[in-house]
Design a binder for this molecule. Structure first.
Ligand code: TNX
Length: 522
């Protein structure tokens, strides 16, 4: 069948089949993030038919999952059956459809890239890994008409213009962070957000699970963290938390979309919810009340008390066991209520706990001053473009995730009239979110030490999924392009037109994006 596929491919390329009208076709110039290399072909477009099949390389359950993801999008809108068949069982001559293959891969695609070939009768995505296949499927989605995202049957034709894409990411870490502590966001909404970010090849979901205002993950050995510490939120609403079962479901839902969940348990500051739940975690032995305001920097775990480290060991053990991904984020930011010398001692105690449970340490850039172990990730959020501590941590083998607040903070207002959001890092219009280079932003940190880019969405002012969508889109798509696309294909003029092409798709998906006047929406 692989032979049949290559015969068909070469046949279709040289065939002089009549060319259908192109006007209605989605263009290779509209893909976000921009691919490394995309070229429209001369041939007739591919058309998905009621009898089309999706074929997938045998022997890879992960590739089969990508095929399931693809038909999960295509079946509801096309109304076609689209059976999934093993790539080797496509009857010769009758193969019309989409093939996902892990063989005969162009080495230029690397570990996470893909090659997509579209001819009249076949779409072929080839990649070395399921990650690459998944990325190729996201490109294919964007080449199909926007109504393919509908959950109800729509009229065709379901055409993809002939052409070829060769693509691979610039950075491996392409993240979105969601603060579910200031306002609790139910698991169902997290899943919708995962669907929305996956389309832009984002592959990390960082969940800020704990803060002063709420503890959002069930910990069996310290049950009051969730039941009491999770019982409210900013403004005094009822809050909430994920049971361990719900958290596992989120992780699995993300995994099927090739997204790794990075759980954050923030410490030693941002811990009022924990301190309120257990009096023994406080140096004076007195539990403070729950907190529903928006101040930062007033709480700290009790560094000299031994029970603090028993508590952290229990929490990290349970969270690590629930999290198949390699990362565990321990926050470390804004510890203004922790003595600076005690902060260093605290991190020296906590770091081995993270290592004991086999996780890679991740922290906000304040941890750079604590000698993080080689291979740690330092998440840079400050305003300055120089930071000696981060340069030194990189010299010691840490890598950097870039989330500079002036560009990457999805909770900043777009402009003075934006109804939601904060302003401490400035206004961030779409052009500001796009207009920086993660590879050179931080002086003295070489691009080779940059793990990637992440867009944090803090939720002091954001209460539900609609508001998350409004703040995240379109800016997260801009960050996704910085994280994925090679530097030489970046360009604001081209980008804003590509972005405009996402409008119809977001409308079909029901994404409540901010219709920035900087973007020529279609
Ligand atoms: C700073 S950024 C914080 C958060 C706030 C955010 C609001 C960082 C590591 N800490 O606690 O929610 O500003 O923009």
């Amino acid at each position: 069948a692989l032979l049949a596929i290559s015969l068909l491919l070469s046949g279709a390329i040289s065939s002089a089949s009549p060319v259908s009208p192109r006007a209605a076709l989605t263009s290779y110039a509209d893909i976000v993030p921009a691919p490394m290399d995309a070229r429209p072909g001369d041939g007739a477009p591919f058309t998905l038919h009621p009898g089309s099949v999706v074929s997938v390389e045998r022997g890879s359950p992960e590739a089969a999952d990508v095929a399931e993801h693809l038909v999960g999008i295509l079946r509801p809108s096309t109304g076609y059956l689209l059976p999934i068949v093993p790539a080797t069982e496509i009857p010769r001559g009758s193969n019309e459809g989409i093939a996902l293959l892990l063989s005969d891969v162009d080495p230029a695609v690397g570990e996470e890239g893909y090659r997509l070939d579209v001819t009249e009768r076949l779409v072929v995505i080839r990649a070395r890994t399921a990650d690459g296949l998944f990325a190729g499927v996201q490109t294919l989605r964007q080449l199909l008409p926007p109504k393919v995202e509908s959950r109800a049957v729509q009229a065709g034709p379901w055409q993809v213009p002939a052409g070829r894409v060769l693509d691979r990411p610039r950075f491996t870490h392409r993240g979105a962070m969601l603060d579910v502590a200031r306002h609790f966001i139910p698991a169902e909404d997290i899943k919708r957000y995962i669907d929305q970010i996956a389309l832009f090849k984002i592959n990390r979901l960082h969940l800020h699970l704990t803060d002063d205002q709420g503890w959002r993950i069930e910990i069996k050995s310290w049950p009051r963290l969730a039941t009491y510490g999770g019982s409210t939120q900013v403004g005094g609403g009822p809050g909430g938390y994920y049971t361990q079962e719900e958290y596992r479901e989120i992780v699995e839902y993300a995994r099927l979309r090739r997204i790794t969940v990075v759980p954050e348990i923030d410490m030693p500051g941002h811990t009022n919810a924990a301190l309120a739940s257990y009096a023994e975690l406080n140096c004076d032995g007195v539990a403070p009340p729950l907190y529903t305001g928006t101040d930062v920097g007033f709480s700290s775990l009790c560094v000299p008390r031994e029970i603090t480290y028993q508590f952290i060991d229990d929490v990290i053990r349970e969270v690590a066991a629930l999290t198949p991904g390699p990362y565990l984020h321990i926050g470390g930011d804004e510890a203004h209520a922790t003595d600076p010398v005690e902060y260093l001692y605290f991190m020296a105690r906590v770091t081995p706990i993270v290592q004991k449970y086999d996780k890679v340490l991740v922290g906000w850039n304040e941890i750079a001053k604590t000698d993080p172990p080689e291979g740690s990730l330092v998440q840079y959020w400050h305003l300055s473009q120089t930071n000696d501590e981060v340069v030194e941590a990189v010299r010691q083998g840490s890598r950097v995730v870039m989330s500079p607040a002036k560009h990457a903070y999805l909770d900043m207002k777009y402009h003075p009239g934006t109804p939601l959001g904060l302003t401490w890092a400035g206004y961030i219009e779409v052009a500001d979110a796009y207009g920086w280079d993660p590879g050179t932003y931080l002086a003295g940190v070489d691009e080779s030490a940059i793990a990637g880019v992440e867009g944090p969405l803090w939720t002091e002012t954001i209460t539900n999924l609609d508001e998350i969508e409004f703040m995240a889109f379109p800016r997260l798509a801009a960050l996704a392009e910085l994280a994925w696309s090679p530097k030489d294909v970046h360009g604001w003029e081209e980008f804003r037109h590509r972005l405009g092409a996402q409008g119809p798709r977001w409308r079909v998906m029901g994404v409540d994006f901010y219709p920035s006047s900087q973007v020529p929406w279609r």
